[in-house]
Design a protein around this ligand. Structure first.
Ligand SMILES: Cc1cc2nc3c(=O)[nH]c(=O)nc-3n(C[C@H](O)[C@H](O)[C@H](O)COP(=O)(O)OP(=O)(O)OC[C@H]3O[C@@H](n4cnc5c(N)ncnc54)[C@H](O)[C@@H]3O)c2cc1C
Length: 498
């Protein structure tokens, strides 16, 4: 069913929420609602106070799975669009309320660390627990989640699972899909479902994956159980190597990973991207960053393999402490978000990113194709102040490419998305698809890559669309996310705003 505006009035939606959750759990302040209508995809318009899209009826703060179930059941019965949220770091429009009078369901009051089990090596937390808080708590016991996205200081477990997030140490620990043992989620008919914690099972398809990456478009995640690992930073060994070509860096990563080594960090930066982080050290070259981690004999063996690999390749070696210090300041807390806002306003300038994945054999070709096409085909190429890329997550069969682009805005703030961000995003996404890769590596489809969801999945789109029909038959969960908004659906989604 196509999502559309609820027949209920805003006042009756708010009244029903107050009845279900109590006054303290229902926010209707005008500015809060405006800010809740967008996410970081619209960070430039937002910093100028421009909120052109549909404004939600309320932000609600349930404090139990039963309350989430009551809210979702009400939404389904009354065709009210629901936008789940937790840490609010979404970058792809997943938090945009494209239907007027949506309910933003904020899980941040579900913030209990339920259990930490150092024998079975799992932690169970509610969806609103911040990853930084969980990590600090388990580190005090000599453990780690192994999950370290750059948004760690802000993101919460519900959103991290909903977006299939991945962290800086992924080559060793994997993405969130490798970490989730079990979880609890609430579906729009009010069903509360618990996927139990077991080490592995062959009891049918792995149903965790219906929820992991569902971006709020199928269900609301209320609780998550993740794996724990021993935290042994004293064994870490940090490496930086400057190489001439981006392709040389990619080849070094491929050699190491396909040989069976698992450095926790495995990255290569183009000169332009690398310069942002390492300034004058780069001098026009590409930077390979590696970290060997784990029990000492394993970390030493990985470090030995790294040294051996580069012994046969032309390079200049950087001091490992430079890499270690860089990592210590890499994550983004509220201070960096605030500084970015001030800079956007002061300089009419900003940066965005688009992350995709591709097989090893086509990674260098994808990098070259995107760089060439953006410089040749993007009409505002002259406004770009930086265009670069890095590979930051590697696998047996391939790697990701994370394109970064900064530009000066020579149009009105309102036009910025259409004039700059969307055309740049489209070039990267279409080149990744053309070369057989995935159009999205870890930020989620959100609302701005839905034009390519069918192409991404091909004949398997049958399975994906079947999940939406089965679990959200009335189309009330995060309309326009993962699945394109149907033409003529109520509200003014990304398409109609363009
Ligand atoms: C500075 C910065 C750095 C980042 N670095 C990384 C990185 O290194 N790796 C990475 O993978 N991502 C990164 N991201 C993207 C983003 O932080 C992650 O995708 C993160 O997982 C989002 O978590 P959140 O709690 O902020 O979710 P939110 O922003 O609140 O929501 C994200 C999406 O998940 C859905 N959602 C949220 N909570 C729930 C729930 N309880 N149930 C169902 N659906 C829900 C929302 O509807 C939305 O579609 C970064 C973002 C920023 C701003």
């Amino acid at each position: 069913m196509a999502p559309s505006r609820s027949p209920l009035t805003r006042a009756s939606i708010v009244g029903a929420m107050t009845g279900l959750l109590g006054r303290d759990a229902v926010e209707t302040g005008a500015q809060q609602l405006r800010e809740a209508s967008v996410d970081r995809f619209r960070k430039y318009t937002a910093v100028h106070g421009i909120y052109d899209g549909p404004i939600p009826a309320a932000i609600v703060y349930p404090s139990s799975a039963a309350q989430v179930a009551a809210v979702l059941r009400f939404a389904q019965d009354n065709l009210v669009n629901v936008v789940p949220r937790t840490g609010r770091t979404a970058t792809e429009g997943g938090l945009e309320t494209v239907i007027e009078d949506s309910l933003v369901v904020d899980g941040s009051r579900l913030d209990a660390i339920v259990s930490i089990d150092p024998v079975d090596m799992m932690a169970t937390v509610q969806c609103g627990v911040g990853l930084q808080r969980l990590e600090d708590t388990v580190r005090a016991r000599g453990l780690t989640t192994g999950h370290s996205p750059q948004s760690k200081p802000l993101a919460q477990l519900g959103g991290l699972v909903a977006t299939r997030s991945i962290g800086q140490f992924s080559t060793l620990y994997g993405g969130i899909e490798d970490m989730v043992v079990g979880l609890e989620a609430v579906f729009p008919d009010g069903t509360v479902t618990r996927i139990k914690n077991v080490p592995r099972r062959a009891a049918g398809p792995d149903i965790r994956h219906i929820v992991i990456g569902s971006e709020g478009a199928l269900c609301f995640i209320t609780e998550v159980t993740v794996k724990l690992f021993r935290y042994q930073p004293e064994n870490n060994r940090y490496f930086g190597f400057l190489v001439d070509r981006f392709a040389d860096g990619i080849d070094a990563l491929r050699e190491l990973v396909t040989a069976g080594y698992r450095p926790s960090v495995c990255r290569v930066y183009s000169p332009e991207d690398g310069r942002q982080h390492f300034a004058d050290l780069i001098r026009g070259r590409n930077l390979v960053v590696l970290v060997a981690e784990g029990p000492k004999p394993l970390a030493d063996a990985t470090a030995g393999a790294i040294e051996e690999l580069f012994a046969t390749r032309p390079h200049e070696r950087l001091d490992g402490t430079v890499i270690q210090h860089w990592f210590e300041g890499l994550n983004w807390g509220q201070d960096k978000i605030d500084a970015e806002k001030a800079a956007m306003l002061a300089h009419s300038h900003l940066g965005f990113t688009t992350e995709v994945s591709v097989d090893w054999s086509r990674a260098a070709a994808l990098y070259d194709a995107v760089m060439t096409r953006i410089r040749a085909d993007f009409p505002r190429a002259g406004d770009l102040t930086m265009l670069g890329a890095h590979s930051s997550h590697s696998y047996q069969t391939g790697t990701n490419l994370y394109f970064v682009y900064d530009y000066t805005i020579n149009c009105s703030p309102r036009e910025e998305i259409e004039v700059y961000h969307q055309p740049l995003n489209a070039i990267i996404v279409t080149e990744a698809l053309r070369l057989g890769g995935s159009m999205v590596h870890h930020h989620g489809i959100g609302k701005y890559r839905t034009a390519w969801t069918e192409q991404e999945h091909g004949s398997a789109y049958y399975l994906l669309s079947g999940l939406k029909q089965a679990f959200d038959p009335r189309g009330v969960m995060n309309a326009g996310t993962i699945f394109p908004l149907a033409p003529g659906a109520g509200g003014s989604g990304p398409a109609s705003r363009s």
